[in-house]
Design a protein around this ligand. Structure first.
Ligand code: U2F
Length: 457
């Protein structure tokens, strides 16, 4: 039972999803909101491993943010099997209860009852939990990916009805009846919408999320309204309140990732728009034959490169590659990515199309080669290749040497690349305008701050 208090100062409970790049952006936004409203108290809940990772680079949290560890759902003595799906499943099954206990603890310690639940949008139970706490607590979820991906979850029931039956026969059909999706194909959708294991815990979580979000008091997104006005308007019509507050990195620059391996001085010595930056995000490593194909294409075309690749994956690079290319490029386990993409020497980004990477490449003005893997990544790739036309999707869906050489030539040497750079510059200008003082994202951020910092009703 949450102990009621007499203190009506706002207290925001922030519930983070501890996998992928979800918790870090939510912590950055919490930090920013806490600075805007010093009288509001923020309790930030994450699992011990997620918290220790993100807090190590956020050492200067304001005094009105207090992190709390919650149970990660693993039973006593659990030994990690290397299967992140299993870990995620255990966490999701326990999440409602774990967070509820954490919130009770924070209320007890702070002496303030909770006035707002600000959660990762994945937590479909947010509204229910707000009602359990009572007293008119608001539920304000954060969608960490793009507006088109959010749309695919809000329209899941409609898509399932439209494509009932054997969807494998219809995977190239366009989703023309959904606003903004006229170029998106069924096969671009995240798994669990209409194909894949619809009964998995993760698919069920996303399905329930799509049904729950219209009941939220407001949903906020790390994107900007002008990126795609069709989605912006449609989401505004489907949600009670939809606040695009991004690219958040432009509103509040994140803690700097240290340039441990000297990427920036190395880039300073390269020619304008000549370097390929390679990264497949925080969790994905392509199959060994794809790593080989990419390495051979870089070497063949003598493209200077920075490749963010975990040490344990380096063994899959072709024999002698690191030695032969030691003056052509650098392979490092982690790069200060946003800074690298902002450097004028970078001419192309080979990416898995994670949403944060996509925003960072727009802000950096760098065209992309898309090799999507799962979740929202195929959708992001389709928007990049066929809608915004700021990059290309690798032919056949996997990294192959000849196809990569074609992509490098197209983006680094040919007219296509110039046009992509022009279009990405226009998107960057829109992002800059949205995050300027009177821009849409800045206005939405002030509205979000006002909303979450409202006192208990
Ligand atoms: C999941 O995405 P990921 O975490 O795999 O990928 P991104 O959203 O692109 O975020 C990666 C972040 O890690 C940073 C980079 C991004 O901010 O700058 N980074 C870095 O600093 N240095 C490196 O060497 C490599 C990366 C999911 F898989 C995606 O499908 C979703 O779109 C995403 C958001 O929900 O979460």
């Amino acid at each position: 039972m949450t102990k009621p208090t007499t203190d009506d100062h706002p207290h925001v409970a922030v519930l983070a999803f501890p996998f992928g790049t979800h918790a870090a952006p939510l912590l950055s936004i919490t930090h920013h909101l806490a600075a805007l409203s010093p009288s509001t108290h923020f309790s930030f809940f994450g699992t011990p491993s997620s918290n220790s990772f993100i807090l190590s680079s956020n050492t200067n949290l304001p005094p009105n943010v207090k992190p709390y560890d919650v149970w990660d759902g693993t039973p006593d003595g659990y030994a990690y099997t290397g299967d992140v799906q299993e870990e995620m499943g255990l966490f999701i099954s326990a999440a409602h209860e774990s967070f509820r206990k954490g919130v009770d603890r924070a209320v007890e310690e702070s002496g303030r009852r909770v006035s707002c639940l600000m959660s990762d949008a994945f937590f479909w139970f947010g509204k229910e939990m707000a009602e359990e706490i009572g007293g008119g607590v608001m539920w304000v979820p954060f969608w960490t990916a793009g507006p088109h991906a959010l749309s695919s979850h809000l329209y899941t029931d409609f898509i399932r009805e439209s494509f009932a039956g054997d969807v494998t026969q219809r995977e190239d059909e366009l989703l023309s009846s959904i606003p903004g999706m006229s170029r998106v194909r069924v096969c671009d959708l995240p798994e669990g919408v209409v194909f894949g294991r619809l009964d998995s815990l993760f698919s069920q979580m996303l399905h329930k999320m799509g049904q729950a979000l219209p009941k939220a008091d407001a949903v906020f997104i790390n994107s900007f309204e002008e990126l795609d006005p069709t989605f912006t308007n449609d989401l505004k019509s489907k949600l009670k309140c939809c606040l695009n507050i991004g690219p958040f990195n432009l509103i509040s620059p994140p803690a700097q990732v240290p340039d441990t391996y000297g990427c920036i001085p190395w880039l300073d010595k390269q020619q304008l728009a000549s370097v390929a930056y390679v990264s497949f995000g925080s969790a994905t490593i392509p199959l060994p034959h794809e790593l080989v194909a990419l390495a051979e294409a870089l070497e063949d075309r003598k493209v200077p490169f920075i490749w963010s690749l975990k040490d344990n994956a380096k063994v899959h690079l072709p024999d002698g590659f690191l030695e032969t290319t030691k003056f052509q490029g650098i392979v490092i386990p982690w790069a200060p990515q946003a800074k690298v993409l902002g450097h004028k020497a970078v001419g192309v980004f080979i990416t898995h199309c994670g949403w944060n990477s996509l925003l960072e490449t727009i802000v950096g003005g760098v065209p992309v080669i898309c090799r999507p893997f799962y979740g929202d990544q195929r959708l992001n790739a389709r928007m990049i290749g066929d809608v915004w036309k700021i990059g290309v999707i690798v032919n056949g869906g996997v990294l192959a040497k000849e196809a990569m050489i074609d992509c490098f030539d197209k983006i680094l040497l040919q007219e296509d690349g110039k046009q992509m750079r022009g279009r990405i510059k226009s998107l960057k200008d829109l992002a800059l305008a949205a995050t300027a003082y009177k821009g849409s994202s800045s206005d939405n951020m002030r509205e979000l701050s006002r909303l979450v910092s409202s006192p208990c009703k």
